[in-house]
Design a protein around this ligand. Structure first.
Ligand code: FAD
Length: 500
């Protein structure tokens, strides 16, 4: 085999990483990205002199000891030169009337503070912290996919995590709202049930917090855009070709074999393999024209209750002042509900002063005010847009979020300016993501864990990759599925896979 050609649809982290792994193994990769820049959901941009980081809040694999770090290294995203910011305070919870506590990255400190906050829940708090500790050890397989594992690989997993998997399985089946009932204090109940968006299972909550407490959920300085730029440069240096403004309209198929793609401009491109890293619903319904079924996955599109998505409405502020003494993330509960698809009563203010390398005018810092939601938030915005009220409503909501910010931080009165507003409609337009999602399906107590091979029955020389193939999505699934896809393609072509 020499230089088989692979077309990779989508230039997000999964697409660029797939290109890297395939180039390393002797393929000629062509990445086709519909936007004018690559990165997909891992993005950053500039408004009014301020850099707005559009993605990384925490990155699994940011710690060199983590198994996922190796993959980030392989695709050029992380190296010993890249400084990682490990947050001390993951989030300050502020219920008003002085009722506040902090989710510290130091678990002992957090446990102590929470017991002081709610002595009546001491037993449950200690149990919760023990669970977090246990989850610090749980990692998704990154070396090879299950279908390429041998008996020894399975035994290794069994030996290292057997006891933990029992707790993992249990935490998958209980919702955060259900788990919250174990606590007596109303503020703790509220925190646990609402920290993630509605219907997330406890496992997702524990997994997120445990990666921060184990210092494997830090943030690479330079932000999301710089991380993507490093991956892009690595792909180019290995000889991959990247075309932006190249929207794919459909996959060309002859007698059950993928032969190439047709672009929106009518251009036809041929290849030996086609890999789609685009959101899976878009791939199946649009690019494959709804002609193929993806085993044990299609039904999820029709079951929004058990397979909801996660989305945001965010107002971005430029604030004059020194942000460095304020919390990284401040969740503020307020009294007068803010009406979107439901009455929201909390907002998270995320302060970007931690990263001095992100551009801002002198003496300013950026704050993002975010309301989290699911499909309902998307349908609400869609309706607003169809009625022609989109711009007005965006301004109105951003203005209300600004007022809440000023109430909390009166010292910044007259010093805050709205510089951007992002809604689920933005993510839908930019990513072709399902219902404005930028991640995969939320993992609910009744939803199945997702670990898909990316192969479609009856369609040869074609592969799906990207975050939708693994539970909850996120950046690690993007790079993991890229590696796994390259491994499977190499196996099909009888090539011994190399990672670098
Ligand atoms: C606000 C925000 C915060 C986040 N925070 C975190 C975090 O803290 N930690 C974390 O791990 N993850 C986070 N994520 C999620 C993370 O960004 C994504 O999981 C990851 O980037 C997905 O990568 P991907 O390549 O699989 O998919 P995508 O990024 O969706 O890439 C798919 C690409 O395909 C392109 N495309 C779509 N249709 C077509 C077409 N027809 N033709 C050509 N190209 C097409 C899209 O433009 C896109 O570039 C966050 C995302 C957002 C938006």
């Amino acid at each position: 085999m020499a230089n088989k050609k692979v077309i990779i649809v989508g230039g997000g982290v999964a697409g660029l990483s797939t290109a890297i792994y395939l180039q390393v193994n002797g393929y000629q990769a062509l990445v086709l990205e519909k936007n004018s820049v690559v990165g997909g959901a891992c993005m950053g941009w500039e408004r009014k002199g301020c850099h707005i980081d559009g993605c990384i809040h925490w990155l699994v694999g940011a710690n060199p000891k983590s198994p996922t770090y190796k993959l980030w290294e392989e695709v050029g995203a992380l190296s010993s030169d890249i400084e990682i910011f490990n947050q001390d305070d993951l989030c300050v919870l502020d219920f008003g009337d002085g009722k506040t506590f902090t989710m510290w990255s130091n678990l002992e400190r957090f446990e102590k503070e929470l017991i002081e906050f709610s002595p009546e829940d001491e037993k449950q708090i200690r149990k919760f912290c023990r669970l977090v500790k246990r989850f610090e050890k749980i990692n998704a397989p990154t070396e090879k996919p299950v279908d390429l594992m041998n008996l020894w690989d399975f035994l290794k997993i069994g030996f290292t995590m057997a006891g933990d998997y029992y707790h993992y399985g249990k935490a998958c089946k209980i919702g955060c709202d259900e788990y919250a009932k174990k606590f007596k204090n109303p503020y703790l109940k509220r925190w646990i049930s609402e920290h993630m968006v509605a219907n997330y299972n406890l496992m997702s909550f524990l997994y997120m917090y445990a990666h921060v407490t184990s210092k494997d959920g830090g943030i690479p300085l330079g932000g999301s855009l710089a991380l993507v730029e490093r991956i892009k440069q690595k792909a180019i240096s290995l000889g991959a070709e990247i075309r932006t403004n190249a929207e794919v309209e459909k996959i060309e198929i002859e007698k059950g074999v993928a032969k190439g793609v047709t672009l929106k401009n009518g251009e036809s491109l041929q290849a030996d393999w086609v890999v789609c890293t685009t959101p899976t619903e878009h791939t199946l319904k649009k690019l494959l024209e709804n002609k193929y079924s993806f085993k044990n996955f299609d039904f999820m599109f029709d079951d929004r209750k058990n397979y909801p998505i996660y989305t945001f409405t965010t107002a971005v502020f430029k604030v004059q002042g020194d942000g460095s003494k304020y919390p990284l993330s401040h969740k503020v509960y307020f009294n007068d509900g803010l009406n979107l698809e439901k009455s929201h009563d909390s907002v998270t203010f995320r302060n970007y002063a931690y990263d001095k390398t992100l551009k801002t005018p002198d003496g300013c810092f950026v704050v993002q005010a975010t309301l989290g939601g699911n499909d309902d938030m998307y349908f609400w915005w869609k309706d607003v847009k169809e009625k022609g009220d989109y711009k007005t409503k965006k301004q109105e909501i951003a203005q209300k979020l600004l007022e809440i910010y000023i109430q909390k931080y009166p010292e910044f009165s007259q010093k805050v300016e709205i510089i951007d507003i992002i809604t689920p409609m933005t993510y839908e337009r930019y990513l072709n993501g399902r219902n404005g999602s930028f991640q995969g399906f939320v993992h609910t107590p009744k939803g199945k864990a997702i670990n898909k091979k990316g192969v479609i029955k009856g369609l040869k020389n074609f592969h799906l990759a990207g975050q939708w193939l693994l539970t909850s999505g996120g950046l690690p699934p993007a790079v993991i599925t890229a590696r796994f896809t390259a491994q499977r393609i190499c196996k099909a072509d009888k090539i011994k896979f190399k990672s670098k």
